[in-house]
Design a protein around this ligand. Structure first.
Ligand SMILES: Cc1cc2nc3c(=O)[nH]c(=O)nc-3n(C[C@H](O)[C@H](O)[C@H](O)COP(=O)(O)OP(=O)(O)OC[C@H]3O[C@@H](n4cnc5c(N)ncnc54)[C@H](O)[C@@H]3O)c2cc1C
Length: 385
């Protein structure tokens, strides 16, 4: 075991693994410490939708999502080539079902805004479908709708396979992955993080990367002030049909159906910050998801309910991740708090963090994702700014 790698990554979710892989490929010696087994928390629990945010929004986080979506195809292909494990990224497109006039009007205005991006992408990025066009695209959908918002850029990835691929790539690239090795606390000397304390002893490194998902801010009381991360439970159900009934990701509010190519359909997800760190699955949670799924796609009623589970998204007070140096703790970099978009944002986050570690800067605008903004916001509020 290398006792003094260049970098220690805390957390073996999709974010920690992708960063470890990106750094190792550039010759950095990396140790990744995972409390349990890699890829068994939010990154495994997620539905695997890869998508840009609303075309109405122009903030840096949405820019980052769009950028990461653009990277996905080559990110997944490269992983497949290096490891032989196919994360099955496919650009299946999505249909957001429109059931009320108000949503239809909002969709129409978003389609107008999105038209400005067509030249950039060389294709339509958003379309408003009539009920007939919706039926032609997805015959299994309910007929009781006003239309659908179609986003052809939306994709999906089999996240458990993505995680297997990233683990394999890390191991091949020389990353030391230590499972069942939870970091108990950061080792801090004169406001510099010089390593971490684990049950197996002290580990030192010049740079520590905090990618511990919703547990990230529990490692030191200062973190809770400058970059609070909060668990947001999401429950999911997995259905199986004998044949493939849907082609697109189907969305309705926060509920979605993700059809896999083998007849499985993932139905997600609840959003329950009040559940804290409790990963229980509830009758109300799953019942609500299945009720809406069978209303949208009546043909799903005979589907077999294969499995249910819940995962904890790493949420932040403003919904944006923390990416970058942690103020007041030299040698510590955050890559966490990706909330509902961590699988989407993985390729870009890994690229940005590798840039920051190797070159001290990144070409991407992370100004609104920097740790420390919570404290600044609180100070500004108390000063009445
Ligand atoms: C139900 C649900 C549906 C979702 N759907 C989507 C989707 O469709 N598309 C999308 O883009 N995103 C989705 N997400 C969000 C996405 O899954 C997360 O944003 C992403 O997985 C976060 O990755 P992570 O690596 O930061 O966290 P995690 O996957 O939670 O990994 C953190 C790791 O750190 C480890 N750890 C914690 N504390 C310590 C410690 N002290 N020492 C060592 N290791 C530690 C944990 O054991 C864990 O393995 C969904 C999430 C959920 C729950």
């Amino acid at each position: 075991m290398s006792q003094n790698p260049d970098v220690i990554v805390i957390g073996g979710g999709v974010i920690g693994l992708a960063i470890a892989d990106a750094l190792a490929r550039q010759g950095v010696s990396v140790t990744l410490l995972e409390r349990g087994n890699c890829g068994r928390e939010a990154s495994w629990a997620g539905a695997g939708i890869v998508q840009s945010g609303s075309w109405h929004r122009r903030d840096p986080l949405v820019q980052m999502q769009r950028e990461s979506v653009r990277l996905y195809e080559s990110f997944a292909a490269d992983l497949r080539e290096r490891t032989g494990i196919d994360p099955e990224y496919i650009r299946c497109g999505s249909l957001e079902v429109l059931l009320e006039d108000q949503h239809y009007r909002m969709a129409r205005s978003e389609v107008k805004v999105a038209a400005a991006f067509e030249q950039d992408y060389g294709r339509k990025v958003l379309e408003l479908l009539t009920p007939q066009q919706t039926q032609a695209s997805e015959p299994a959908l309910t007929h009781d709708l006003l239309g659908a918002k179609c986003c052809p850029m939306t994709g999906q990835v089999r996240n458990p396979r993505l995680l297997q691929g990233l683990c394999a790539a890390c191991r091949r690239g020389g990353v030391e992955i230590v499972e069942n090795c939870g970091v108990e606390r950061l080792r801090i000397q004169n406001d510099r993080v010089t390593g971490v304390q684990t049950p197996q002893g002290l580990r030192s490194a010049a740079q520590v990367i905090l990618a511990a998902g919703c547990w990230s801010s529990l490692l030191d009381e200062r973190l809770a002030k400058v970059m609070p991360v909060l668990p947001v439970r999401g429950q999911i159900a997995l259905l199986k049909m004998p044949t493939v009934v849907l082609q697109h990701v189907i969305e309705r509010g926060r509920t979605y159906l993700v059809p896999r190519r083998d007849g499985h359909v993932v139905v997600g997800a609840t959003q329950e910050p009040e559940a804290g760190f409790d990963k229980s699955v509830t009758a109300g949670g799953i019942g609500g998801l299945l009720g809406l799924a069978t209303r949208l796609v009546p043909g799903l009623a005979p589907a077999v309910l294969v499995q249910t589970w819940a995962g904890l998204r790493p949420g932040t007070p403003d919904g944006r991740p923390y990416i970058g140096a942690v103020p007041g703790l030299t040698g510590l970099m955050a890559a966490t708090g990706h909330f509902r978009s961590g699988l989407t944002l993985t390729p870009l986050t890994a690229r940005i963090v590798a840039d920051l570690i190797l070159r001290g800067q990144t070409a991407h605008d992370i100004s609104r994702c920097l740790p420390g903004r919570e404290l600044e916001n609180r100070l500004a509020a108390s000063a009445g700014v």
